[in-house]
Design a protein around this ligand. Structure first.
Ligand code: PA5
Length: 501
């Protein structure tokens, strides 16, 4: 596989206060709100030491109690999957994912992806970043057999699910026609997440109505992805699934770190994305993290800059500004990664995703002029995939745009980015840029792996365990208690639509 030089970089100079020759109001603000270069230089050694700690954790087969849970399996997983594919081809995990994705593409025109948290945001981030922006609306011929994708099972939200059933009932009438068939990918590592489990039961019942309750198609078009010892695994066994038709999330990989397991890879492969290029990007980032010095190591740079701004400069709100809406779901994915990994024991930055330039017209004022509690990480893609939409000349120039007639939307976007980062810099508000040369499987692989590694490094810098999410357990057990206390409806009765939640 030949790939262009597509390394992503982190440009953080605007987060540092350069030594000032004379006192100015701006120099004063910078000294208060940015990281001093002396502090930053001294911190590089700390970052390198933490890299050693995170690297060593990969080798721990039996971690001490204070390190548990330890789910560092995601770090080496991309390279392991690639090596195994090279050795075993079709018999490898990647081979199996490709086989099942080909089968789904041949069998169905629509897929409902069920999952929540890491089992939802990972696949959604990959698909929105890399597929056609109107993928589901494209005619089958233009999609070249790649199924439409719908995301459910991430909520207890009645009406959107009923809307989806209505859509399926009206567009999928004849199970003998490929372009009217639909399938399901259900991902849950624990198998006991109620949002996903309850939706799965309802979706399975719909599928049984469509294909017939005993149809062999059901096991072909419904693909479970789960952990080794989950309730979903038990359910699959009880329903007679062959082991090779159930995909696995390795125990040593945590939910929000699972994008490069079948959770992300199967939906991605099913819509025709090159999952090997994705894994190669992720493996390259792991290698850069483990081997490169600080000045060529975007993981350590990102972790150090964001740690120092949060912990020492009190920038507790971390804005991810994505400069293409194709990366909005990557922003949501990072929001979850950061919240569940570092939001512990009263600490941790609060993540917010915004799409630029769109949200500059809603949040821009607050970021420029509101509380000085923010760090903005821009995710910038340097090239566009399609020819530029030009402003063009027009006979009527009342809008005064003829002066820009030979400029295109990418020029407008670049000027907006320069404009807003200049404005923040002039007010000593910290920003930095993650630069992607292009939006491809390879760069997305690098980006997601970089953010996962940086989150773990940042957690270790803070002294917070980046794995596990004990805070969510309280919500889950309270939910079950309330649900058990809710009176059952009489057998066969369906809750009245007007009664609401
Ligand atoms: O990071 C995590 O572990 C969580 O966000 C999970 O991904 C989420 O709760 C879904 O869990 P499961 O895949 O077990 O249904």
């Amino acid at each position: 596989m030949q790939l262009p030089d597509e390394n992503i970089e982190y440009n953080y100079q605007r987060a540092l206060a350069q030594p000032a020759e004379a006192w100015t109001p701006l120099a004063e603000l910078q000294s208060q709100h940015l990281i001093s270069t002396d502090r930053f230089d001294a911190f590089k050694k700390v970052a390198m030491d933490v890299r050693g700690v995170v690297g060593a954790e990969r080798e721990l087969l039996n971690p001490p109690a204070k390190l548990r849970p330890l789910h560092s399996g995601f770090i080496d997983l991309p390279q392991k999957l690639l090596d195994q594919f090279k050795r075993k081809q079709d018999a490898s995990e990647v081979g199996k994912i490709i086989r099942i994705s080909n089968r789904l593409r041949e069998d169905v025109d629509r897929i409902v992806v069920l999952g929540t948290g890491g089992s939802y945001l990972g696949p959604r981030a990959l698909i929105e970043a890399l597929c056609h922006s109107y993928h589901n609306e494209m005619p089958a011929k233009l999609r070249m057999g790649k199924p439409r994708m719908y995301f459910e099972g991430n909520n207890h939200d009645n009406d959107p699910l009923q809307d989806l059933f209505e859509l399926l009932e009206n567009t999928c009438v004849d199970p003998d026609l490929t372009d009217e068939r639909w399938g399901v990918i259900v991902a849950s590592k624990s198998g006991d997440t109620l949002e996903t489990a309850a939706t799965y039961r309802a979706v399975k019942a719909e599928a049984a109505k469509f294909y017939g309750p005993k149809s062999p198609m059901l096991k072909r078009v419904i693909v479970p992805i789960t952990g080794a010892k989950s309730k979903l695994r038990e359910l699959c066994r009880a329903e007679g699934y062959a082991d090779e038709d159930v995909l696995s999330i390795p125990e040593e990989v945590g939910g929000r770190y699972s994008v490069f397991t079948p959770v992300g890879l199967l939906p991605a492969a099913t819509v025709g994305l090159d999952i090997r290029a994705m894994l190669l990007g992720a493996a390259t980032m792991t290698r850069r993290f483990l081997e490169e010095p600080f000045d060529r190591n975007p993981v350590l740079q990102f972790a150090a800059v964001n740690y120092l701004l949060t912990e020492e400069q009190k920038k507790h709100t971390r804005v991810t500004a994505v400069w293409t809406r194709k990366l909005e779901a990557v922003g949501w994915w990072y929001d979850q990664l950061l919240s569940e990994s570092l939001g512990k024991t009263g600490r941790g930055p609060t993540p917010v995703t915004m799409v630029a330039s769109r949200d500059l017209h809603s949040r821009g004022q607050q970021h420029q002029d509101g509380p000085r509690d923010k760090m903005v990480n821009n995710l910038v893609v340097r090239t566009v995939a399609h020819p530029a939409v030009m402003v063009g000349m027009a006979d009527r120039n009342e809008d005064d745009l003829n002066q820009f007639s030979r400029k295109g939307l990418p020029d407008l976007m670049e000027s907006a980015h320069k404009g807003v980062t200049d404005a923040y810099a002039e007010a000593a508000r910290p920003t930095a840029d993650v630069l992607l040369p292009a939006l491809t499987e390879h760069t997305i692989g690098q980006l997601l792996q970089m953010l996962m590694l940086a989150t773990v490094v940042e957690g270790r810098m803070m002294g917070v365990n980046p794995y596990g999410q004990p805070g969510v357990e309280a919500y889950k057990s309270n939910l079950t208690r309330h649900l058990k206390a809710t009176p059952n409806l009489p057998k066969g009765e369906v809750r009245d639509a007007a009664k609401g939640a």
